[in-house]
Write a protein of this length. Structure first.
Length: 314
């Protein structure tokens, strides 16, 4: 069941958002760069690209444009100075956790190529079968939309709020032929990722697989657009401070005794005078703590000749 977001609550409260592909961006690039955190980082003061992370040989480039509509641009080339063989672009609404599906696959491909001193799979030709790029989606129960245009294939999520569109018509090598999307139409609500024609199929599949991850992601309430509130499930995050019970005071003990006396009187009706007597006795009865501080007399000890009368409180 979807939980409607309440904007009367703290807008900075952390919540878990599910499904992940509708969570939007949290404004940082941390999750997307996490798989390649050990690669060289280049912080750029000039130009729209604020952070560029490259493979050690600079053939793979991952750029983050913090203030741009096209928030991420990822490319791979034959060498450091060649034109990109393929390009993947993610817009500003795309969760960085989805970008991480691609960067994680790139890091794996690069490490594998480095270990065997060869070209990485990140430069492989795409499969001739479109189904290879969407297999994680179909395995997760996403289904083909019969209303797609001729020459295209579209796979839709069970909730109808995400999908992938593949254009199989003839195109140039740098045309965007695959689109991953999530959310209703609108520049603030629809996440989109575009892949050019020569993007390896297994990299598209790795990105798509991230969209099927059932684990929720953390966001602050204000980071989720209001139009999404009925499409997601929100679970507040943050443990409530445990309430440690305090020791009862003498006044608490007397009040409890009075309440118990009144409850007994309710079960067994008595006169008003009886209730006043019981209340007076409860106020003068020693607490359990006082009784425990006066141990019982040892065996054989003689009782006091005149026991002290209990002290009455004023």
């Amino acid at each position: 069941m979807n939980t409607q977001q309440s904007y009367d609550q703290d807008p900075y409260q952390e919540v878990l958002v599910s499904p992940m592909y509708l969570a939007g961006s949290n404004g940082t690039a941390d999750a997307g760069f996490a798989p390649v955190a050990h690669w060289p980082h280049h912080y750029l003061d000039e130009g729209p690209c604020q952070l560029l992370v490259t493979s050690p040989d600079q053939r793979i480039r991952i750029g983050w444009f913090g203030d741009d509509f096209a928030l991420w641009k990822i490319t791979a080339a034959e060498d450091a100075v060649s034109a990109p063989r393929w390009t993947a672009t993610f817009n500003h609404v795309t969760p960085a956790e989805i970008v991480a599906g691609l960067t994680n696959a790139l890091e794996h491909d690069y490490a594998e190529a480095d270990a065997y001193d060869g070209d990485g799979r990140y430069l492989a030709n795409p499969s001739m079968y479109w189904a290879d790029a969407v297999r994680p989606l179909t395995d997760a129960g996403w289904t083909r939309d019969g209303g797609a245009e001729r020459g295209t294939v579209e796979i839709i999520a069970p909730d109808g709020q995400a999908g992938i569109l593949i254009d199989n018509r003839l195109s140039n090598w740098d045309d965007e032929t695959v689109t991953l999307w999530a959310g209703p139409p609108g520049w603030r609500t629809r996440a989109e990722a575009f892949f050019t024609a020569r993007t390896p199929s297994h990299l598209i599949a790795a990105t798509a697989a991230a969209m099927t991850d059932p684990a929720p992601v953390m966001r602050e309430r204000h980071q989720l657009d209001r139009k999404m509130e009925n499409l997601v499930t929100l679970t507040p995050v943050g443990p409530t401070a445990p309430q440690i019970p305090r020791a009862p005071t003498p006044l608490d003990v007397r009040r409890t005794a009075v309440v118990q006396a009144v409850q007994r009187a309710t079960r067994f009706p008595q006169t008003a005078a009886d209730l006043r007597v019981m209340a007076a006795r409860s106020r003068t009865a020693p607490s359990a703590q006082n009784r425990s501080s006066n141990p019982a007399p040892a065996l054989g000890a003689k009782p006091l000749a005149s026991p002290t009368a209990p002290r009455r409180s004023r």
